[in-house]
Design a protein around this ligand. Sequence first.
Ligand code: FE2
Ligand code: FE2
Length: 261
Amino acid sequence: MRVVQITDPHVTATGTLRADAIDTGQRFKAALDHCRTLDPAPDLVLLTGDLANDARADEYAAVAAIIDALPADMPPMALLPGNHDDRAALCRLAENWRFAPDYNATDFVQTAIDPGGGLPVVLMLDSLVDGATEGRLCARRLVWVGERLTHAANRPVIIAMHHPPFVPTIMPGQPACEGTDALAALLARHGGLIGSLSGHLHRPMAATFCGASSWVGPSTAYRLPLAQTTDDLQRAAGERVCYAVHDWSPQTGLRSAEIVV
Ligand SMILES: [Fe+2]
Ligand SMILES: [Fe+2]
C-alpha cells in the first residue's frame, strides 16, 4: 500500500503570493502532478491540513480550481483540517470525494478510510481549535476514534492529524497537541497502530508515538526556519517543492520518505 502525503500547501487567492514571493498554489499543483508519476502509483493521497493560508473563500476557490483540473487517473484523496482551515469549506471541497468527511455526524472533519483486503485503516483526525494555532483532540473527537478503532479490530491502523502527537526538541516553544495521551491510550488498547502522519511544522521530522513511527511531512509551500520572519519566508521561495511517501506491507511495516519535486 502506497500513501502519498501532501501537507501545508497554504494556498493563497489566485494571482497572489505568500509573503509577496511564494506561489503556493503552483507549488501545491506541482506536488499533486508529481505524485501521479510515482511507480508504483499511490493508492491514496492524504492532504494533512493548512490547505488555505487564511481560510478565505477566494483561497478555497483557488484550491478547488487546482483539484478540479486534476485528470481522472488521480488516486483517491482524503483531507483533514489544519489550524489555517475552515471546516465547512473543506467539506464543500470534498463533498463528492470517495473519502468524504463524516462531518454531519460529528461536527468535526474526520474520515475513516478502509481500503479492505487486510490493508491498514487510515483514521484522518480533526485537531483544529477555532481561532488557535495549537491543536486539540477533545472528548467528542476521541469518542469517534474509539468507535472506529473498535470497528477496525485486528486491523493495522494509521493515524493522520495536522498537529504532531509529539513535541519536537528542535523547535522549542511548540505547544503539545491536547488529548494525545488519551489518543495513545485508545491506540494501545487497540494494539494495531503502525504509524502516525502529521504536518504543521513545515519540515520533515520523525519520532515515535505509542510505540510506532510518527512522521511530520514537509510543507509544499515553504520549509520553516527555526525563527520565522517575512525575510525567512522570502528566502524559502526558491526551495524545491517537497511531499512525502509512505509504503506499507505486512513484511516491511511502514517506510516513509521525503520526495523532492
Ligand atoms: Fe502550515
Ligand atoms: Fe498548521
